[in-house]
Design a protein around this ligand. Structure first.
Ligand code: AMP
Ligand code: GLY
Length: 416
């Protein structure tokens, strides 16, 4: 079988590698990929969705895996389905569960899925009135559009809320109104769980945990994710509540609203004293959660994906290695703001673990930095400490000027 993976980050590198492990797969290509992925897989220089769709039309891959949210929001899965090419990833209508926070929050409200209480508006004036008069603090202000993990601002008081609203609604206009959600700040600890679903049946993965903030101790600005690990056994007591109160009702809601969700439903959860609550849903695998989960998966990834496309998820029984995986991101100086590019990447001695490349390019045969998140080292170990040790051992061998990384991945105290 020939598989095409759409995307260019570390997640797509990990996905490509998972497909390559399948006996059923003879060829994995990545479009557009990056210079690091190109060291292990054929990459196709197809930089936009139309080019990728044209290539698919001519080359008829057996399966397309859509990694990032943008092409899903643009309806790539719908277009592939029209062509009769099997693909993993939800329709444009179903991808709204990620691309519109207002859609997601209203759906959760309607179907009684536990989440933070919220207010929403498309009007800056109305939102300004709310933060002045009735908003409890602290509060969380979220843009109603895709913002690569950077559209969420936690505010302690009215003045901060007003600044946040001005920032998030800066380009809002009557012709293209932007919305905002202002929600209750949830106390607790965060964990991610993926539901693998054909829109009716589902199985869930191991729990994983992202580290979204830039600096050690969960300080600094939010990023796309600075590292992750799996499994998070501390979350297991909540699994059945999450299935019953979150996954099952939201899949039913999507069916009833006429936008059934098939693919990987990312449940971003807060474990609170009142149980697990939804922080956000995403319509895809997480980055870097995928880099921590996929190395642990023993089930054939191609078979898993085909079960999604053929409505056979009820026959899946996911098998995982009895180990821990720690994934640490190396980022460029300045990220998540504007960052440096073009720094040569050197590796001082042999690496023992997987490296998944993200923001890299090639110059004179050498890899150079070319993005905010540059690469990810994913290491397996018998427990968290062993996997951490292995990951950081390799991180220390990989160098570029002003490299940035967190030193505390997988050291969270997951307690209420
Ligand atoms: P989101 O993009 O909605 O996942 O938000 C990004 C991050 O902001 C989350 O991973 C949380 O760390 C934090 N966050 C979002 N919503 C809340 C909330 N209601 N209470 C506390 N923290 C939140
Ligand atoms: N790790 C968070 C995300 O993929 O959005």
């Amino acid at each position: 079988m020939k598989v095409l993976v759409i995307g260019s980050g570390g997640r797509e590198h990990a996905v490509a590698e998972a497909f390559a492990r399948s006996d059923a797969v003879s060829k994995v290509k990545v479009a557009p990929g990056n210079a690091g992925i190109a060291r292990s897989f054929e990459t196709l220089p197809l930089n936009n969705m139309e080019q990728q769709l044209q290539w698919c039309e001519s080359n008829r891959p057996d399966l397309v895996f859509i990694g990032p949210e943008q092409p899903l929001e643009q309806g790539m899965a719908d277009r592939l389905n029209q062509m009769g090419i099997p693909c993993v990833g939800p329709s444009r209508a179903a991808a709204r569960i990620e691309s519109s926070k207002i859609f997601a929050k209203r759906l959760m409200q309607k179907y009684n899925v536990p989440t933070a209480a919220f207010f929403h508006s498309y009007s800056l004036d109305e939102a300004m009135d709310y933060v002045a008069d009735s908003c409890p603090y602290p509060a969380v202000i979220k843009a109603d559009y895709l913002a690569a993990g950077k559209g969420v601002i936690i505010v302690q008081n009215q003045a901060e809320a007003e600044d946040a609203l001005l920032q998030l609604l800066a380009n809002s206009s009557e012709s293209s109104p932007k919305g905002v959600v202002i929600e209750e700040f949830l106390q607790g600890w965060e964990v991610s769980l993926f539901a693998v679903t054909d829109a009716v049946d589902y199985v869930t993965t191991l729990f994983s945990q992202d580290h979204k903030q830039l600096l050690d101790g969960d300080r600094g600005p939010n990023t796309g994710g600075m590292g992750a690990f799996a499994p998070v056994w501390e979350a297991e007591p909540w699994r059945s509540q999450i299935h019953q109160e979150i996954v099952e009702p939201i899949l039913k809601a999507m069916r009833e609203e006429g936008c059934p969700f098939a693919g990987f439903l990312y449940c971003g959860l807060m474990i609170t004293s009142a149980g697990a609550k939804v922080v956000e849903f995403n319509c895809r695998l997480g980055d870097p959660e995928a880099q921590a989960l996929l190395p642990l998966l023993d089930t054939d990834f191609y078979e898993l994906c085909i079960a999604i496309t053929q409505d056979r998820v009820c026959s899946l029984n996911l098998q995982w290695k009895d180990e821990t995986c720690v994934a640490v991101i190396l980022a460029s100086d300045g990220y998540p703001g504007s960052y440096e590019k073009g720094m040569p990447i050197t590796i001082s001695s042999p690496l023992y673990n997987r490296v998944y490349y993200a923001g890299v390019a090639q110059e004179d045969g050498t890899l150079i930095t070319n993005g905010g998140r540059v690469l990810c080292v994913s290491a397996l170990g018998k427990d968290r400490e062993a996997a951490r040790h292995a990951a950081y051992n390799d991180i220390n061998k990989i160098n570029f000027a002003n490299k940035r990384f967190r030193r505390d991945i997988a050291q969270r105290n997951n307690k209420l």
